[in-house]
Design a protein around this ligand. Sequence first.
Ligand code: NAD
Ligand code: IPM
Ligand code: MN
Length: 358
Amino acid sequence: MTRDAKRVAVIAGDGIGPEVTAEAVRVLERVRETHGVALELQHFDWGAERFLRDGVTLPEGALEMLTRDFDAILAGAFGDPRVPSNKHAEDILLGMRRGLDLYINQRPVRLLDARLTPLSGREVGEIDFVVFRENTEGAYCGAGGFLKKGTSDEIATQEELNTRRGVERIIVAAFEYARAHGRRRVTMADKSNVQRFGGDLWQRVFREVAARYAEIEANHQYVDAMTMFMVLDPAQYDVIVTNNLFGDILTDLGAALQGGLGVAASGNIHPGRVSLFEPVHGSAPLLAGKSEANPTGAILTVAMMLEYLGHDAAGASIEQAVGDSIQHHETTRDLGGALSTVEAGAAIRRRIKAESRA
Ligand code: NAD
Ligand code: IPM
Ligand code: MN
């Protein structure tokens, strides 16, 4: 059976980005053999190095090109101490999230092995939820400014944008996911006791949308309480929906619950359109170049990407292989093992089983 090749843009980026992305790409090469997944990859050099060389961040016409020529984008990480303003990362990463209208940031939190969580006495099934982070507005809208900058009377404003359309579509996405995946509860996190206007909009839209999904329990928690409950009782969560900034913060905590930033995966999605997949972690400059970074987050990210592209069996095999490698202690140091980035990638690859042919 042959399938149409899907086209994937690969942007390895900065720091540990290229190291973990190389392992993720090798996994894609492996599933080409094991599952007949047809992919065409094209690499792009966008990142700090390019920016420092010629001042280009997200090249002109990039968004149109990605929309026209690609089905998915695989990114490593962006951030470099030589660019303290973080301008290139903002232009490239936030530029793609906003410019491609990737309004869903889907970040699973799933414990693959009880040894990995810092919480004591937790079994794997007790930490298994998905965060739906609004990904195009909120505190990330870039609105604000300075008055009297540099004086002792300086004022900095930083605005947060919540549109009816933006709030509704992320909440709908969370409920749709819950319905499609047999999840029984959607929990919305906000800070509506203080952020009265945006919070009020989120509250109203949440109640309205929840009423359309009678079979799914809908509940609400203030985000500060949620950070506590995520540690004390993570088993209560199935699907969490929240705004851009709270989603960013909650998913680093979520990453820690499942073994650290080295294992957390994410998708920046607009259903039906070219979507961007990247590990949750950043460029970890202190780890870069040492082959110590954990490639698992990037590898689980390609599993998500393959599922998005319709290659469910290949995605599931990768997830299985990651779980098997962890059970056999074939991991990098952050997970208690002794392997390099390249060795850990190879260990996972080896365990990807060929698709059984009926
Ligand atoms: P970071 O995620 O890069 O690192 C935080 C900590 O997690 C570090 O101690 C690091 O050692 C550990 N870690 C991260 N990834 C790991 C991996 N794969 N294996 C093992 N350990 C890992 O976050 P930071 O230090 O706050 O940020 C560094 C730079 O990355 C900054 O410039 C930041 O803006 C950027 N950043 C980029 C993204 C992205 O591109 N998506 C995400 C987060 C941070
Ligand atoms: C993430 C990162 C980004 C964010 C940064 C690098 C802009 O922390 O993807 O979680 O805040 O969204
Ligand atoms: Mn983050």
